[in-house]
Design a protein around this ligand. Structure first.
Ligand code: G3I
Length: 387
């Protein structure tokens, strides 16, 4: 448990004081939250064993990074977070655009930025039904399982090997289960995922091997299952719980389970999130919140969120963070990008938005304040690490 006790708050505050990294620029020349030397940042208030991360929508934002002249976005990204996830730049279509072509340029830029800012990197993602390049979609129409396995093995060994030693957590298998409302209900995506489709007779074997190939390519990286609608205990997370047990029984180097945390104020919060994390932790796995955001629906004519909506958004972000802080196996909490102008939400959910923790001028929202306070009150725990 990482919950705060009053007697430990002094120790936590003392720890926070020694955590800040060396300042790269004079703190008092920057707005609050823009500098490594500002102790009131998410990364500097987090318990030592918890990475607090953000996705980066386009690592091209980082290609021209000049440490002596960072953009406001780069300053906030470097100052607030101890972990980065490429929102798109390590996906198949970005990094493996043609059968014999790997393009690491933008992902390398993100990794270089992370290194310069003393940040870890979450890799995302190696086996997914979406954002596959056209050549995969086309070739997969006629793949045998053996051919699909060869293509996936080459990709995983090449990509994970390229970043060996520089990625602390990989989302190996992303969204491999359908939703309750999909045809056939919650079951492995043996139709939408081209690799699972080609190996529909033995999909679990392929998933297990994906983890094995990744582990061989980088034995130090923690390897995750990851999905949305996977916060609480539900039919989908029951399926993940089952397959996690099966993979572990087969000796697969599975390290963790990630709940993405894409929430909407249209729906309630599933308070079984902590219990869900605890059951995966009881299997010896790490858990993580990997893509947190909380989108706000607007009524027609409404031009921005109401104070009540903003307050409820803060509660939801904080509830996810608390579920993580309350389980020592939760090693990373990642928000899915910022500010709102870079969020994927409005493009996919018309009428919803304002989903991130920073305004477009990088001023913090109440959701940020709530999270900062919870981090400040948390205490370090000792987390298991399977691989
Ligand atoms: O790469 C093309 C670019 O060449 C083109 O110029 C541009 C024109 O709009 O589109 C670019 O592709 C976009 C890509 O992001 C990179 O920017 C796609 O249109 C766009 O659909 C894609 O959206 C991403 C989405 O995954 C795709 O499924 C979002 O940014 C990203 O936030 C989202 O992330 C997913 C996680 O990976 C998995 N969990 C759910 C989460 C939200 O959907």
């Amino acid at each position: 448990m990482r919950r705060p006790t009053r007697s430990l708050l002094v120790a936590a505050a003392a720890a926070a004081l020694v955590l800040p990294l060396c300042a790269t620029t004079a703190a008092n020349a920057e707005p609050p939250g823009f500098s490594h030397s500002d102790k009131n940042t998410l990364r500097n208030q987090a318990p030592r064993d918890l990475a607090v991360g953000s996705a980066v929508w386009g690592a091209r934002d980082l290609v021209d990074y000049d440490p002596s002249a960072p953009t406001p976005f780069q300053r906030v990204l470097g100052a607030q977070f101890s972990s980065l996830t490429p929102e798109n730049d390590m996906k198949w279509d970005a990094i493996h655009p043609a059968p014999d072509v790997y393009d690491f340029a933008s992902a390398d830029a993100l990794v270089a930025f992370a290194r310069a800012n003393h940040q870890q990197v979450r890799g995302h993602t190696l086996l997914w039904h979406s954002q596959n390049p056209a050549w995969v979609t086309e070739a997969s129409q006629t793949w045998t399982c053996a051919q699909a396995r060869d293509v996936l093995e080459d990709h995983i060994r090449t990509v994970v090997g390229h970043f060996k030693g520089r990625i602390y957590e990989w989302d190996v298998a992303n969204e491999i289960f359908q939703d309750t409302w999909d045809a056939g209900g919650v079951r492995l995506r043996t139709e939408a995922n081209p690799f699972l489709k080609a190996c529909a007779d033995e999909p679990v074997s392929l998933i297990g091997d994906a983890f094995r190939w990744a582990h061989e390519a980088d034995p130090e990286a923690a390897l995750f299952l990851n999905d949305y609608n996977a916060e609480g205990i539900n039919e989908k997370t029951d399926a993940y719980y089952d397959i996690a047990q099966q993979l572990l029984a087969d000796g697969v180097p599975l390290s963790g389970f990630g709940a993405q945390g894409h929430l909407s104020l249209l729906y309630g919060f599933d308070t079984s999130m902590q219990a869900n994390f605890e059951r995966f932790a009881a299997l010896g796995l790490q858990v993580a919140v990997t893509e947190a955001d909380v989108r706000i629906p607007l009524l027609p004519g409404q031009t921005g969120p109401t104070p009540e909506q903003v307050a409820l958004q803060a509660e939801r972000y904080d509830a996810m963070l608390e579920a993580c802080l309350n389980v020592t196996a939760c090693r990373s909490f990642t928000v899915w990008g910022f500010p709102d102008s870079k969020s994927w939400v409005p493009g996919v959910f018309p009428g919803e938005g304002w989903a991130t923790i920073f305004e477009d001028d990088f001023s913090p929202k109440p959701a940020f304040d709530a999270m900062l306070q919870s981090l400040r009150e948390a205490t370090p725990g000792i987390s298991p690490r399977r691989h």
